[in-house]
Design a protein around this ligand. Structure first.
Ligand code: C2E
Ligand code: MG
Ligand code: MG
Ligand code: MG
Length: 281
């Protein structure tokens, strides 16, 4: 208060900002506690093969149900976890959980898990993936890891070495959120991607905006010529689905096809059958 009376220059000492820093610090430590006490959940969202209409796999998406603040979206707590090594704990937790869950599904479809750029820098990721596959008994071919270009640009050589080792395990790699950011054509050529996912931001305007359509169509053409299947994210309407089908897109994901849901809900709705009886943990 006293400082604020001195004038506008010291406004960076606003109590509101201290408040934000404190909130962030307390959330960060609560997040670590939440990991330790299994208070995080994984929701699963269907990925559909356009040609057959069949579910090809599910993307694992982290959820944090905070005891007093309610549900905190990953767009808020992932960046927080990325400020220190919490993201490594979080990344390991979600990978293990998704592999454990998928190992119990009757239908052997794939499970996609998102990776943070920091997991490439600090962790021996291939060994971790290998250990978790061994632990959970999930067939490596059923695991797909999603990463964005930012994971690669931090240290290109290291990323390529890591991805090569991960692929040697039989795990596949998807490039997430393509079409925004750098959208480097060079990394498409030099990295062993099994799938390209177009960023969901193109979808809301794809029907009326020729620019959005042109970008998706260019990515589809690239995918075809490099022989990498493309999945379009963020499909919310039947019109968008129709358009993507006409454009020759291989697979789709979005609220129109299915929202991310807890495994229990997918089991109750009869979408996933479990190998063993009983409710998922
Ligand atoms: P992402 O990997 O691109 O995941 C897709 C996001 O789009 C998810 O948001 C999903 O709920 C949302 N989405 C799916 N269909 C639609 C749709 O039709 N319309 C709209 N508007 N949105 C749709 P979510 O779950 O909030 O996750 C946001 C981001 O947080 C993810 O983007 C990913 O970058 C990150 N994230 C989530 N879980 C994890 C995780 O376990 N590890 C890491 N490192 N990042 C994660
Ligand atoms: Mg993703
Ligand atoms: Mg994405
Ligand atoms: Mg994203």
């Amino acid at each position: 208060r006293a400082k604020r009376e001195l004038g506008q220059q010291v406004c960076f000492y606003e109590p509101a900002m201290d408040e934000r820093v404190r909130l962030r610090q307390s959330l960060a430590s609560e997040l670590r506690a939440a990991i330790e006490h299994d208070q995080l959940q994984v929701h699963y969202q269907q990925q559909i093969d356009i040609a057959t209409g069949r579910v090809r796999g599910y993307e694992a998406l982290l959820r944090w149900q905070h005891p007093t603040r309610g549900s905190i979206p990953p767009s808020e707590f992932i960046p927080l976890a990325e400020r220190d090594t919490t993201i490594l704990l979080l990344g390991e937790w979600v990978l293990r959980k998704a592999c454990q869950d998928a190992a119990r599904w009757m239908h052997p479809c794939s499970v996609a898990v998102n990776l943070s750029p920091m997991q490439f820098i600090h962790d021996d990721l291939p060994s971790l993936v290998r250990r978790i596959l061994d632990e959970t008994g999930l067939a490596p071919a059923r695991l797909e890891l999603e990463l964005t270009e930012s994971s690669i640009f931090a240290d290109r050589d290291k990323a390529l070495a890591m991805l090569t080792r991960i692929k040697a395990l039989g795990v596949s790699i998807a490039l997430d959120d393509f079409g925004t950011g750098y959208s480097s054509l060079d990394i498409l050529r030099s990295f062993p991607f099994d799938k390209i996912k177009t960023d969901r931001s193109f979808m809301p305007s794809i029907e009326e905006n020729p620019q959005a359509r042109a970008i998706i169509s260019a990515v589809l053409a690239l995918g075809r010529s490099l022989d990498i299947p493309v999945l379009a994210e963020g499909i919310e309407t039947p019109g968008q689905l129709e358009l993507l089908r006409d454009m020759g897109c291989a697979a789709v994901q979005g609220y129109f096809l299915g929202r991310p849901k807890p495994l229990t809900a997918l089991v109750e709705a009869g979408q996933i059958a479990l190998l063993h009886e009983g409710l998922p943990a």
